[in-house]
Structures are given as structure tokens and as C-alpha cells.
Design a protein around this ligand. Structure first.
Ligand code: G4P
Length: 537
């Protein structure tokens, strides 16, 4: 008995210690700002790749191998998310990749539900771009603390102070520089580390393929080398002191301020500082609340939730991988877990971690880790899995669609395949399927962007042999509603009431004017905005 309790204390400590070593985060950016390059440099620092450049090479291999990703190749986009794990300075980093295209914002939203922090990468020449805004909104909806990286400082760009203003104005996030660049964009000499008042220079390596040396020197030494540039940077730092632009952990965690770093992912400048910020500032995994708001201790028996499903990645064996974020306990490959929703057991014989699309079998996982469960055809996004002690985590909220279309099978002999395919793709979260009771045979689809329809049509045809027709509608705005309001809404023109799979009712509006008018005329009606609707929608 005594032995058993001391063992469990040991187990509890072990899980807590392992959780404290985890940092689970994502990088968000407008396409081309440098997310892939930065990812690669993190892996280089973590020793997970020997030479930077290999991710792109892997990407090439992956695209050549997979069939539905041929679509990605055609369109030059990346639809699939991957999870990369690496160790650096005794911490375990789980870097969750998010799709760069705005049309896949809902996917990003779900990935961020499995993250504890995010890095927002901005191109110093471009500042806050449209996709940055959309992704930022997604982060805010998930209450994710954000670290900002002003990238590409090795080439000409905008004044970083101007960019700080832009961040504050456009996304109401107060940037607090922890390091500050010396020299203008294109002539990057190094950074001042504000906390220690030291100057750091970087060694250049060809395209930053290897981790270069960093030299630290006192400010007086630095002044003797680069008088003009150092003085300018020191003046700027003095201004930040005056404005009290210092890192503050509580406003950072509350999503009100963002530690800011300036650098160049390509040449590795500033990458170590950024990784250090993830280690020191990003929160470690914390106990997750269940549907009733009770938190489940990190050391409770295993639990996790499915935030992403990727199917048919390899045409040779059609499979489903469900990505599960571990919330409590220890995951051990081979353990049997229960799906809270169905009550069915699931044997985790095949569990993998992903490196790009190269799988390695994973034996153990701790809170913060992401496990890829193979052959997970029955699981759906948002499902909770547990061992021993039942739990149900809150459902992942559906994002507000911005375009709607009916879908119809163009070949009546393949109706079965059409239904099966649509159900599967909905389960994976490729698209939202709504029911318009006036047209029960034609499912109504909701998407954030056109490309989701393209992926759906392509996959239905290529994986399920179902040719379909998409019939667009003019609805653009959505609100959640309830039965009483729905009855009244359904008598109005320019409004459509539909049902979600969960049974919740939604109202669709053709334009914002119509919506605002109804809201003004009937303030007592229930019309609740949905996450991702943005300020306008
Ligand atoms: P993304 O994943 O956010 O879409 O961006 P990605 O890393 O692919 O970077 C987009 C382009 O910007 C790449 O150039 C990349 O080399 C370049 N880049 C990224 N970080 C930096 C930086 O710090 N400084 C400079 N000067 N360039 C940077 P490309 O020409 O599209 O590709 P490649 O031929 O260089 O691979």
C-alpha cells in the first residue's frame, strides 16, 4: 500500500515536471513573411535538422507523394498542418504549423485551441497585412498570448517604430520591445538587449544554414564601434523607458501586450532570443477546464482532445490521423482510451508524431504534447479521449462562415459515395454542413473562403468518386439564433434560417445592411455573433 502511494506521488511529480518542460505554440503570419524559414531555424537551433533548407526539400517530397495535396501544389498553398517537436536547452517545444491561407482560418482556429502561445511574424517591409489581421483575430478569440517578431531586418524595410505604432493601432496590442535593432533595415548591425543593456552582434553564415556565433559587448564598447547607430538605438530605448514600454507578463498573458523582437530568420539574427522568449515567457501547459468549468489536474489520468483530423495523406493506404492534444496524465502507446462522446474504447496501437509527413512512432506523451492517432476513422474534431476518470472538454466552436452554397451530387448512381464523402469531410472539419429544412436533399455548406469549396469538390471526386455541383448563394453574414426568433426571421426576405449538425439554429443574411436593420428594428431578437465574425460581420 505504502509502496503504491509513493509510486503515485512519483508519477504525479513526473507528469508535472514533464508538463513544465513543454512549450506548445504556433507561428502565424501572412504568406511570405517567413514562417517556414523561422520554423526551420528553430529546428536548426533544436538540432532537429542538421542544415537549414531541409524542410523545403521535405515539403517537395511530401507533395510529390500525396494525391489530394496535388491540389496544394497546383495552387501553391499549404492546406495541411503538421506538428513538429524538438528539444532545446532542456525544454520540449511542440510547434504546431498553421495553414497560411485565410480561407483555412477555421483550421488555424482549431490548431490554436491546442496551443498555449503564438508567434506573430511580420515582414518589416510590409507590417500588418490582411492575413495577419485575420489570424490575429483568431488568436484573440482563443485568448492566446502573442510574441511578435519583425522579420527580414537584413533588407530594406520600414522604420520599426512606425511598425510598432501600426501594431498598436490596427490590432490594439501594445508591443514591448525586449531587444532593439541597431542600424536600419538592410544594414542590421545587431541588437540591444534592453534588460541587460548589452549589445549583441551575430555572425553571418551562408543563408543562415548553420547556427552562427553571437558576440556580446558592453554599450560603451559598442559605441566605440558604431557611434551613430548605437546612439540612435539608445535614444529609442530611452523613449520606450519613458513610455513604460516594458515587458509585463500579466498583460502579455491577457493578450494586451506583446513582447517584440526584431531580426532576420534567414540569417538567424534574433532567432535565439525569440526561442528564449518562448521558453521564458510563453506559458507551460496548464490544467484544462471541462464543460462544467472544473479544471482537470495535469497529473490526472490521461485525457486529451482531437483538434485536427487529416485523412488520406498517403494514397497507398487510405488512413485517418487524429491529432490529439494531451491535457492531463501520461499517454503511453498501446493504452486503450475512451471516446467520451460515443463511450467506445479506442486502442492506440498506432500512435505517431509527425515531422512534416514523416511519421515516427511515439511511445509516450505528456500534457502539451500532440499525438497523431492513426486509423482514427471514428473520431471527430472536438472529441475528448480519456483513461480511467471520465471527462468532457468543451466542444471546439465552429468558426463563422462567410460564404454559403448548396451542394448536389451530379451523378445519382453515386449518391451513397457522395453522402459518405461529405460526412467524412465534415468530420475532418474541411467544411461546415448546415441543413436548410426547405431543401433537405441539398446540404447547405458554409466556408470561410472559396478554397475550402475547391478542396471539398476535389476530394469528393478523387477520394470518393463523387462528382458534385456547387450552387452558390448570396448569403454572407451569419448569427446564432434560437427557435422563437427563427420563426419570425423565416418570414423575412433576404434571411435564411438553417440548422447546424449540433441542432443549433443559425440565421444567414445577404448583406450587412439587412442584418443591421433587423437588429435595430427588433433589439429583443436573439442574434449572437459567432467567433471569427470579426468586427464587421
Ligand atoms: P512563409 O512560410 O511565411 O510563406 O515564408 P517563407 O519562410 O517561405 O519565406 C518567404 C520568402 O522570404 C523566402 O524567399 C525566404 O527565403 C524569404 N525570407 C524569409 N525570412 C527572411 C529574412 O529574414 N530575410 C530575407 N531577406 N528573406 C527572408 P523565396 O525567395 O520565396 O524562397 P527561397 O528561394 O529563398 O527559398
Amino acid at each position: 500500500m505504502e509502496l503504491e502511494s509513493s509510486k503515485s506521488i512519483h508519477d504525479i511529480r513526473h507528469v508535472e515536471q514533464q508538463a513544465a518542460r513543454r512549450r506548445t505554440f504556433a507561428i502565424i503570419s501572412h504568406p511570405d513573411a517567413g514562417k517556414t524559414t523561422l520554423t526551420e531555424k528553430f529546428l536548426l537551433f533544436g538540432g532537429a535538422v542538421v542544415e537549414a533548407g531541409s524542410i523545403k526539400a521535405r515539403q517537395g517530397r511530401r507533395q510529390a507523394r500525396s494525391d489530394w495535396m496535388a491540389l496544394e501544389q497546383q495552387r501553391g498553398i499549404s492546406v495541411s498542418s503538421t506538428v513538429l517537436q524538438f528539444e532545446y536547452n532542456d525544454l520540449v517545444y511542440n510547434l504546431l504549423d498553421t495553414p497560411g491561407h485565410r480561407d483555412f482560418s477555421e483550421d488555424t482556429y482549431r490548431v490554436l485551441s491546442a496551443c498555449d502561445a503564438a508567434i506573430m511574424v511580420l515582414d518589416v517591409a510590409k507590417g500588418v497585412e490582411p492575413q495577419t489581421l485575420k489570424l490575429f483575430e483568431v488568436c484573440r478569440a482563443q485568448n492566446i498570448p502573442i510574441i511578435t517578431f519583425l522579420n527580414k531586418y537584413d533588407r530594406p524595410g520600414r522604420d520599426p517604430i512606425e511598425l510598432m505604432d501600426e501594431i498598436e493601432k490596427m490590432i490594439s496590442l501594445r508591443p514591448t520591445p525586449l531587444t532593439w535593432p541597431v542600424g536600419i533595415p538592410g544594414n542590421f548591425l545587431g541588437v540591444i538587449e534592453r534588460e541587460s543593456s548589452t549589445f549583441i552582434t551575430y555572425e553571418r553564415t551562408a543563408r543562415g544554414a548553420h547556427v552562427g556565433h553571437e558576440d556580446m559587448m558592453s554599450m560603451s564598447e559598442a559605441r566605440s564601434l558604431y557611434k551613430k547607430e548605437i546612439e540612435k538605438a539608445e535614444e529609442e530605448c530611452a523613449l520606450f523607458d519613458e513610455l513604460d514600454l516594458r515587458h509585463d507578463q500579466s498583460t502579455f498573458l491577457a493578450g494586451k501586450s506583446s513582447p517584440l523582437f526584431v531580426g532576420s530568420a534567414l540569417t538567424n539574427f534574433g532567432v535565439r532570443h525569440l526561442l528564449g522568449a518562448v521558453a521564458e515567457l510563453a506559458p507551460q501547459p496548464s490544467p484544462r477546464n471541462d464543460v462544467d468549468g472544473r479544471s482537470r489536474d495535469l497529473s490526472s489520468p490521461f485525457s486529451g482532445f482531437v483538434f485536427k483530423i487529416q485523412a488520406n495523406m498517403n494514397p497507398n493506404h487510405r488512413d485517418h490521423i487524429a491529432f490529439v492534444r494531451v491535457c492531463s496524465g501520461t499517454f503511453t502507446r498501446g493504452m486503450t482510451v475512451i471516446n467520451t462522446d460515443t463511450g467506445k474504447p479506442f486502442a492506440t496501437k498506432y500512435a505517431s508524431s509527425m515531422f512534416g509527413s514523416d511519421r515516427t512512432t511515439v511511445e509516450q506523451g505528456f500534457p502539451g504534447d500532440v499525438i497523431g492517432l492513426v486509423n482514427a476513422g471514428d473520431l471527430r474534431i472536438g472529441d475528448t479521449l480519456y483513461q480511467d476518470m471520465p471527462v468532457r472538454f468543451p466542444e471546439l466552436i465552429s468558426f463563422a462562415p462567410e460564404i454559403f452554397a448548396y451542394i448536389r451530387s451530379s451523378d445519382t448512381s453515386r449518391t451513397k459515395q457522395f453522402k459518405k464523402g461529405l460526412e467524412q469531410l465534415e468530420r475532418e472539419g474541411v467544411i461546415q454542413v448546415l441543413l436548410d429544412e426547405r431543401q433537405p436533399t441539398n446540404p447547405l455548406l458554409g466556408a470561410v473562403g472559396e478554397m475550402q469549396f475547391e478542396v471539398l469538390v476535389y476530394r469528393l471526386e478523387n477520394e470518393f468518386g463523387a462528382r458534385v455541383e456547387i450552387i452558390r448563394t448570396s448569403y454572407r453574414f451569419v448569427r446564432e439564433t434560437e427557435p422563437e426568433t427563427a420563426v419570425k426571421l423565416s418570414t423575412l426576405g433576404g434571411v435564411l434560417v438553417a440548422k447546424r449538425r449540433s441542432g443549433h439554429l443559425v440565421a444567414l443574411f445577404e448583406n450587412e445592411y439587412r442584418l443591421k436593420r433587423i437588429e435595430n428594428d427588433h433589439p429583443e431578437w436573439i442574434l449572437t455573433p459567432i467567433v471569427g465574425s470579426g468586427t464587421l460581420h
